[in-house]
Design a protein around this ligand. Structure first.
Ligand SMILES: *Cc1c(COP(=O)(O)O)cnc(C)c1O
Length: 444
């Protein structure tokens, strides 16, 4: 796989270089120079394949030049060791449950695949890689779980003190081994600023190999295409006859970008719905053609989507040949207030008994509003990006007490291990140097 920068001011790179660099030097985003279409025989037979078999076909078509087939298979078996079931919630309306991985959010797909791929490339070298990541909640848990006990890689996660949920905090702070949590007396933006400064620090990068694990890394995007095709396969198996509409609850738009990649690889889709909370930059853009970031982003109950300037937006543009009219043909945007989101959670629960998290509710609303505008009936899929129990305070406030899965409740009894730090860069840097020096020493 060859990758170019969406800003076209940096040279093309290999997959290995793109995943360890994260961002091209011109600050664009890496995108594959070509996206292969999967052969008709694959689509004809897709309903007989498992999620892992589908994942292999997609991954091999994309990265087969860089990683041999048996290694692709091994890394998929390791990374994608859970399911992504499709649940019929109402007639012609399906929820794609993406929360059956270890952190119970869809980010497990990206984080685990990225960890396995980095680990594959690192086997050849003796190098120790230090992942630095700032989280406002779900990214940290998925990255912590994804990289836990991965050889040659250690992870430092920065999170804002008091601003993540109890469960999210426990997911970051109870693993230990190669995963370290820094609890920052500040906001998510402060965490991100510290990480950014560390990446720009020549003294640090001269001494240590730093890498990022945020959603702009191409290794996180590729595995997200798997579950779209798997959803299509499950519907085809049920005898899907109507056209398919897919609604994606969006923040940085990595998830939706991966859906568009699946479509570009040949998956039949009538329309994608870009569903957001009041951070409505993309729905507004789809309507007016004017892209206006919201700064600072607005706080909502679907807080994993509180993004005022979606980092994957240039990728979406590139996937439509930077042509707004082409994008508008395939994508419709809707945005919702917290009041509307709460009502949707309540409505779905009262009608069907099914409990959804606030992000999933935004996707549900987008799907319903779009299908209302159609004359014909379609098959609708809305993506559920997290288990409701990760957002228990909102769920309990809206629909009352609900059971917590064993995997999450067990976490609450574990002891938190985090180092408290201030927003002072020099102190943070000293902390990193000490930690990195000892993990490098471990390897030798
Ligand atoms: C990260 C996240 C999103 C947003 O996904 P993007 O790929 O950034 O658009 C939506 N819901 C949940 C629960 C998330 O954790």
């Amino acid at each position: 796989m060859q990758l170019y920068s969406t800003k076209h001011q940096s040279p093309d790179v290999s997959l290995e270089e793109a995943i360890f660099r994260g961002l091209p030097p011109d600050n664009g985003l890496y995108m594959p120079t070509s996206i292969p279409t999967l052969p008709q025989t694959f689509w004809d037979n897709v309903e007989n394949l498992s999620l892992q078999e589908i994942a292999f076909e997609i991954a091999y078509a994309l990265i087969g030049e860089d990683v041999p087939a048996d290694a692709v298979k091994a890394l998929i078996d390791k990374a994608i060791d859970f399911t992504a079931p499709l649940v019929e919630v109402e007639e012609d309306t399906y929820c794609l449950e993406l929360f059956h991985g270890p952190s119970m959010a869809f980010k497990d797909f990206g984080a685990r695949f990225m960890a396995a791929l980095m680990s594959y490339f690192l086997q050849k070298s003796e190098k120790q890689i230090h992942i630095l990541v700032a989280t406002s909640g779900d990214t940290g848990g998925a990255v912590a779980q994804g990289f836990y006990q991965t050889p040659n890689i250690d992870v430092t996660i920065l999170y804002p003190s008091g601003k993540v949920s109890d469960i999210q905090e426990k997911q970051l702070t109870t693993l230990g081994a190669n995963v370290r949590a820094l609890e920052v007396a500040g906001t998510f933006d402060d965490c991100q600023a510290l990480v950014k400064q560390a990446f720009l620090d020549k003294e640090l990068s001269g001494q240590f190999s730093l890498a990022s694990a945020n959603s702009i890394n191409i290794a996180r995007l590729i595995p997200q295409a798997f579950y779209y095709v798997n959803a299509y396969a499950q519907l085809k198996k049920k005898g899907l006859a109507k056209e398919l509409v897919i609604s994606v609850p969006s923040g940085n738009f990595g998830n939706l970008s991966a859906g568009i990649i699946a479509w570009r690889m040949g998956m039949p889709v009538k329309q994608f719905i870009a569903a957001t909370n009041v951070n409505k930059v993309v729905p507004e853009y789809l309507k007016s053609g004017i892209y206006e970031p919201i700064s600072p982003s607005l706080s909502t109950i679907s807080n994993a989507m509180d993004v005022g300037n979606p980092s994957n937006f240039p990728r979406m543009q590139a996937l439509f040949g930077n042509d707004l009219a082409q994008m508008q043909k395939m994508l419709t945007g809707y945005f919702y207030s917290d009041t509307e989101t709460r009502s949707a959670m309540r409505l779905v629960y009262e009608r069907t008994g099914y409990v959804i998290c606030p992000h999933t509710a935004v996707a549900y609303l987008g799907l319903k509003d779009y299908t209302k505008t159609l004359e014909e009936s379609v098959t609708g899929v809305f993506l559920s990006t997290a288990h409701y129990a990760k957002f228990l305070d909102v769920v309990e406030e809206v629909i009352g007490e609900q059971p917590i899965p064993e995997r999450l409740s067990a976490l609450l009894d574990k002891e938190k291990q985090a180092t408290q730090i201030s927003t002072d860069y020099e102190a943070f840097k000293q902390n990193l140097i000490e930690a990195f020096s000892s993990s490098n020493a471990d390897v030798e």
